[in-house]
Write a protein that binds this ligand. Structure first.
Ligand code: ATP
Length: 246
């Protein structure tokens, strides 16, 4: 299995709550997973643990056979091969679109960097926008530059934290369609965090639903559509056992 998270455990210091309580799930290569949950359920914390920005209290996480953490192994964020896109895009305002994308690339010749930047900008349909600055772009275009920058180094996994929350409703609908198409075209494995059920259902191959720091259910969007576990007796057992396989 491409990515395996097993019995992941985390609490913030000085907090009585267990923020991530015994999470186990697997992700296949090229799969798009939505982590769906209400505000405060622990979604961003899970992404921070995957990214290596927080140290888990227990459990293990491997990505493409590499131990990200397990017992005393803790791979630093910069060595994990994981790209991130956050809700505020975090583009460098004084850099052009192309320079923003080039920033994510290292250890390549100048020629190769330029080629890769052109490729990813084409993928997100921003060819011709290379010389513009972030303030000269729409919100959706800025979001696509952020995605291009994260995808440029060909990370093994991309994490997206509520990437649409700053966009207006019409744009959200368009961008989520674009995002799924872009991720699938590049065969990128992605974990996408949202509190919005529509986004989760439109984008994901599978959804990991979190309630109060615990995995409530895992399943395909068609399995989980609009139902709560109490409305489908036995649902947790079937989907969870079938799908985590760890
Ligand atoms: N630095 C911190 N110190 C202590 N508690 C924290 C810290 N950051 C988050 N928390 C708490 O951990 C819990 C989970 O927070 P987290 O940000 O992961 O939730 P979330 O599901 O991403 O929420 P949102 O959708 O609002 O971003 C919340 O109860 C939050 O108050």
């Amino acid at each position: 299995m491409f990515m395996v998270i097993k019995n992941l455990q985390f609490s913030y210091p000085n907090s009585p709550l267990v923020t991530v309580d015994d999470f186990s799930f697997t992700v296949e290569k090229g799969e798009v997973i939505s982590v769906l949950g209400r505000s405060g359920s622990g979604k961003s914390t899970l992404l921070r643990l995957i990214a290596g920005l927080e140290m888990p209290a227990g459990g293990s996480f491997t990505l493409n056979g590499k131990k990200m953490f397990c017992n005393k192994t803790f791979l630093q964020p910069e060595k994990r091969g994981i790209g991130m896109v956050f809700q505020d895009y975090a583009l460098f305002p004084h850099m052009s679109v192309k320079d923003n994308v080039l920033f994510g690339l290292s250890k390549m010749s100048r020629k190769d960097k330029n080629k890769r930047a052109e490729e990813v900008l084409e993928l997100v349909e921003l060819t011709g926008f290379e010389k513009r600055y972030p303030h000269q772009l729409s919100g959706g275009q800025q979001q696509r530059v952020a995605l291009a920058r994260a995808m440029a180094p060909e990370p093994e996994l991309i994490l997206l934290d509520e990437p649409f929350s700053n966009l207006d409703m019409d744009l959200q609908v368009k961008i989520r369609g674009d995002l799924r198409r872009i991720l699938k075209k590049a065969k990128t494995t992605a974990i996408f965090v949202t509190h919005n059920q529509n986004d989760a259902h439109a984008l994901a191959d599978r959804i990991v639903k979190i309630v109060d720091g615990k995995i409530d259910r895992i399943g395909r969007p068609c399995d989980l559509l609009g139902e709560s576990p109490t409305e489908i007796p036995g649902m947790i057992e079937i989907t969870y056992e079938e799908l985590i396989g760890v």
